[in-house]
Design a protein around this ligand. Structure first.
Ligand code: ZN
Length: 145
């Protein structure tokens, strides 16, 4: 399976690939390429950083109407989907992503755990493209490690 942009597959599964500043340690996603985004940083080298695969749900909502193009609804008629903002462990950056199809909004809570998984999305070219999803981790399923 092809990986989504800014992701890689490690021995423990897919993870996001961000950047880490060698001067201040700031971790960014999407990765910084030109300079550290911390305005107080004296500036360091930016190195590739594999982000932890899990994080804490910072916020969430559901999308009840289709986003504008180039988004292509996977179903006709459009079915709402859940969007999560997850603070990657570390603590790392807050990264947006859809929950896997079928995720119930009522199953989520702020502060709950989520794990990065691979999914697919329809593209304007008619193809199927790899994306990442944030899958909620049920309480008591090792999500608090
Ligand atoms: Zn920095």
């Amino acid at each position: 399976m092809e990986t989504a942009p800014w992701t890689a597959r490690g021995a423990d599964g897919p993870h996001l690939v961000g950047s880490r500043c060698t001067a201040c340690g700031a971790v960014s996603f999407p990765p910084d390429r030109e300079r550290c985004r911390d305005p107080h940083c004296p500036g360091g080298d930016l190195v590739e950083a594999a982000l932890p695969r899990r994080g804490r749900i910072w916020s969430f909502t559901d999308c009840r109407y289709p986003p504008p193009p180039p988004y292509v609804p996977p179903t006709d008629p459009f079915e709402p989907f859940v969007l999560l903002a997850v603070e990657v462990d570390g603590p790392g950056p807050i990264v947006l992503g859809q929950a896997p199809p079928g995720t119930a909004l009522s199953s989520l809570r702020i502060g709950g755990r989520a794990e990065l998984v691979e999914g697919t999305a329809a593209g304007p070219d008619g193809g199927s493209h790899p994306v990442w999803h944030w899958r909620p981790v049920p309480d008591g399923d090792g999500g608090d490690r």
